[in-house]
Design a binder for this molecule. Structure first.
Ligand code: HEC
Length: 145
């Protein structure tokens, strides 16, 4: 009985592997389009945000194993669509303002995504680090509306 269940479970997991979310290939990166920030900020963005908000995604092994990969890959896909630090130069001023505000807000609440942080110790930010990212983003915000 137990063996039969195991076989079904593994069989089902095996079949799930056929369903995969495709992440579009990175477009050519133009150095002029990269976000410009002081080195201290850049380092934090790279270690804590780039996996989902740039083309430089370090895909973990479970990023290839369904069904976990669906979650991982949809985060990457959506993350890049909302904000790609390597496409920053292509955004108009309105979008940049929205994103600076979004960064200032989300850095203390929701970003990086908690589930991601539970698996990525290296991406954890201290309160002081979050503060400096917030201050950096706020320095570009033109009005408070
Ligand atoms: C594990 C993937 C992941 C990581 C890492 C991550 N994000 Fe996100 N981010 C997302 C996804 C997915 C969205 C799309 C909207 C949502 O789900 O909230 C998003 C949306 C955003 C937005 C736009 C939404 C808003 O509130 O304006 C901002 C700004 C943002 N992220 C900033 C950051 C910053 C800054 C970091 C690094 C400190 C970061 N994110 C790290 C996945 C990620």
């Amino acid at each position: 009985m137990f063996k039969t269940i195991l076989i079904w479970v593994f069989g089902a997991l095996f079949l799930l592997q056929a369903i995969q979310i495709d992440i579009p290939e990175p477009e050519a990166i133009d150095p002029k389009e990269l976000i410009q920030a002081p080195e201290e900020i850049m380092t934090m963005l790279k270690t804590s945000c780039y996996d989902c908000h740039s083309y430089e995604t370090k895909m973990p092994w479970y990023g290839n194993v369904a069904p976990i990969s669906w979650e991982v890959r949809s985060h990457i896909k959506q993350g890049r669509a909302w904000l790609n630090f390597q496409k920053w130069g292509t955004y108009d001023e309105e979008k940049k303002q929205k994103l600076y505000k979004g960064i200032a807000k989300s850095i203390s609440l929701s970003m990086p995504i908690p589930m991601y942080l539970s698996l990525h110790d290296e991406a954890k930010l201290t309160r002081a680090q979050r503060n400096s990212i917030r201050k950096w983003a706020q320095s570009y915000i033109k009005d408070e509306n």
